[in-house]
Design a protein around this ligand. Structure first.
Ligand SMILES: Nc1nc2c(ncn2[C@@H]2O[C@H](COP(=O)(O)OP(=O)(O)OP(=O)(O)O)[C@@H](O)[C@H]2O)c(=O)[nH]1
Ligand SMILES: [Mg+2]
Length: 600
């Protein structure tokens, strides 16, 4: 091993969603002197795109590097949400160690299991970091026990089960080997990384092999490849070969070679086996392909990218209000935008259909597709999407469907109704534990189909006090049909502007999604009926027509506040034969006319 390699560590940060990965990276960056003394460290600086910052979640994994005791630590922050699990799996292939973060309070959660399983499969020996111990009522030692149980359950070998662990707080910026020790820095964690993560293997004297793990794009450099140099040395400006997934070889040139340094990507002249780099110069590339030495091009084993589990149809907007709010509305514009997304959104698939106005878009889950929709709408696009459909698959001749693990934490009073609701959705209970304070943890395996639209019911059943989280588990033979039908909807009867008077009159019909002043059209869904059937109502009637009451009475009345249909809610709510209209300004649900319904 070269001296250069000895001074490198590659580590991925993995955890369940919100357990504090990105915040911990903030601390590592801050304490490694990346920021000047007087410079304020923004929170979650790695969550660099707008949606990430707004939602406080990580969507794309990102590389950074810090230097500690003359060793460069390449750090990859990964997303915790289950929809992006495939990303985590790929990233684990380019590192030599990982830091498994577990919330001291919640302990291991479904995605902890998923990411740990992937890490163990890669033969990594994780360091466990029990996080957020600054909070009240934490039980960090129990969390460690539970993590050990999880290691055992996942079949970790003896060496892996003897994992190093630390306690600390990413937010507080400290780590310590046990709860008794005082610490106000991350030093113990840095030291643990140097000690327990092995320096990268790889032979700098062999011909170049770099594996493409992540894709990025910049208007300035074009396609950017991020990956690990497995063997050899890569130099800026050198000739290289790209070995495609079908085995064909394309010659090209490394036009830019970039290394990571804190928040920046900096140009470097060369990098050797074991290092993580970003490369420009090859355009038509896919995940898992190899950049190799042009004289002796040898491919590394391909990495598999997770297949999509959920599909939606994107349709050019043809509602009565079409084209009023969006900048980009034509099928050509929508199609080009979707194609562009494919350049970096690895788990996404876009297929043309028999109609030029419709595209089948498949992804890893509601969040994955929801983020694409939100991004497009912010860019000025207007279109419609259909109800998400689970993607079935035939495995060994048997029709199969995706199932997920679901963990929830609910007040005791809601346990019965949650179990009942999940029962009708063909969920199987795996575990149930009630803690001293009456909160109950329930674990299920449930078909993904059964989870569509479940969150709303769950929130109602637990009066907003429940926490649930689910993640893809595996494909299993289809369970039978089941009914997840919701109540019927209230539909506007004619085009116009909704009035207070009409809404007030129809208030006992159900729950509205609109308020007085909202413009509606015939067929637009404006609320949920209290009954199972759909119901057309006139919400534009003005008072003069039928007014029997004295003037002034209205001002004393109030309307129940409407349900705010956010994009996420609408995606969960939308039923068959309905479309969700998405524009930069509005989210509207509509019922398709019966003849169109048959077509879609
Ligand atoms: N009290 C406390 N809160 C923390 C700590 N670390 C993170 N948080 C909070 O937990 C929330 C989630 O933190 P993130 O760092 O975004 O979590 P993440 O694991 O990167 O989340 P995803 O990338 O979306 O999976 C934020 O509100 C943080 O402020 C900690 O050590 N103590
Ligand atoms: Mg994060």
């Amino acid at each position: 091993m070269s001296a250069q390699q000895k001074a490198i560590r590659n580590i991925a940060i993995i955890a369940h969603v919100d357990h504090g990965k990105t915040t911990l990276v903030d601390s590592l960056l801050a304490q490694s002197g990346i920021f000047r003394d007087n410079e304020a460290v923004p929170t979650c600086v790695m969550d660099s795109n707008d949606l990430e910052r707004e939602r406080g979640i990580t969507i794309l994994s990102k590389n950074t590097a810090v230097t500690y005791n003359d060793t460069r630590i390449n750090i990859v922050d990964t997303p915790g949400h289950a929809d992006f699990g495939g990303e985590v799996e790929r990233v684990l292939g380019m590192v030599d160690g990982c830091l498994l973060i577990v919330d001291a309070n919640e302990g291991p959660m479904p995605q902890t299991r998923f990411v740990l399983k992937k890490a163990l499969e890669q033969g990594l020996r994780p360091i466990v970091f029990v996080n957020k111990i600054d909070r009240a009522r934490v039980d960090p030692e129990t969390a460690v026990d539970k993590v050990l149980d999880l290691f055992l359950e996942l079949g970790a070998d003896d060496d892996q089960c003897d994992f190093p662990y630390l306690f600390g707080s990413g937010l507080g910026g400290f780590a310590k080997p046990d709860m008794k020790t005082e610490s106000d820095t991350m030093r113990p964690l840095f030291d643990a990384i140097l000690r327990h993560v092995p320096p990268p293997v790889g032979d700098a004297d062999k011909p170049l092999q770099l594996q493409i793990t992540t894709l990025d794009y910049s208007d300035f450099l074009g396609r950017i490849i991020i990956g690990r140099v497995h063997n050899g040395v890569i130099k800026q400006g050198q000739n290289a070969a790209l070995i495609k997934d079908d085995g064909s070889v394309k010659k090209g040139r490394i036009s830019k070679l970039l290394g990571f340094e804190g928040l920046q990507r900096v140009e470097i002249a060369e990098a050797c086996a074991g290092d993580l780099v970003a490369v420009a110069g090859f355009d038509d590339v896919n995940i898992g392909e190899t950049i190799a030495c042009p004289d002796e091009p040898k491919a590394l084993p391909l990495i598999k990218v997770d297949e999509p589990t959920l599909q939606m149809t994107f349709v050019v907007n043809d509602s009565p209000f079409a084209g009023k709010e969006g900048k980009f509305v034509t099928s050509r514009q929508v199609r080009d935008r979707l194609q562009r997304e494919l350049l970096t959104n690895v788990a996404l698939r876009v297929e043309d259909t028999d109609s030029p106005d419709r595209f089948a878009v498949s992804g890893r889950g509601e969040l994955h597709l929801g983020i694409l929709i939100e991004t497009m709408r912010r860019e000025g696009y207007e279109f419609q999407v259909s109800q998400p459909q689970v993607i079935f698959r035939t495995i060994d001749g048997t029709p199969c469907e995706p199932v997920e693990t679901l963990v929830m934490d609910v007040p005791e009073a809601a346990v019965g109704s949650c179990i009942e609701k999940l029962g009708t959705r063909k969920a199987e209970m795996q575990n149930m534990e009630t803690s001293a304070d009456g909160r109950t943890q329930l674990e299920f395996v449930v078909p993904s189909r059964g989870l569509i639209g479940f969150r709303g019911e769950f929130i109602r059943a637990t009066r907003g006090e429940g926490i649930m989280s689910h993640s893809f588990f595996e494909y299993r033979p289809m369970t039978g049909d089941f009914d997840t039908r919701r109540n019927g909807v209230l539909i506007a009867f004619e085009e116009g502007t909704a009035t207070f008077y009409a809404l007030k009159n129809a208030e006992d019909r159900g729950q509205f999604f609109i308020s007085p002043g909202t413009k509606v059209y015939k067929g637009m869904i404006i609320g949920e009926n209290n009954r199972p059937q759909d119901l057309e109502i006139n919400v534009c009637k003005s008072k003069q027509l039928t007014n029997m009451r004295s003037a002034g009475a209205e001002e004393l009345d109030t309307l129940q506040s409407p349900v705010q249909m956010t994009l996420e809610r609408a995606l969960e709510y939308i039923g068959p034969g309905e479309m969700l209209e998405v524009t930069p300004e509005s989210i509207r649900l509509r019922k398709l006319p019966a003849k169109k319904m048959a077509k879609r």
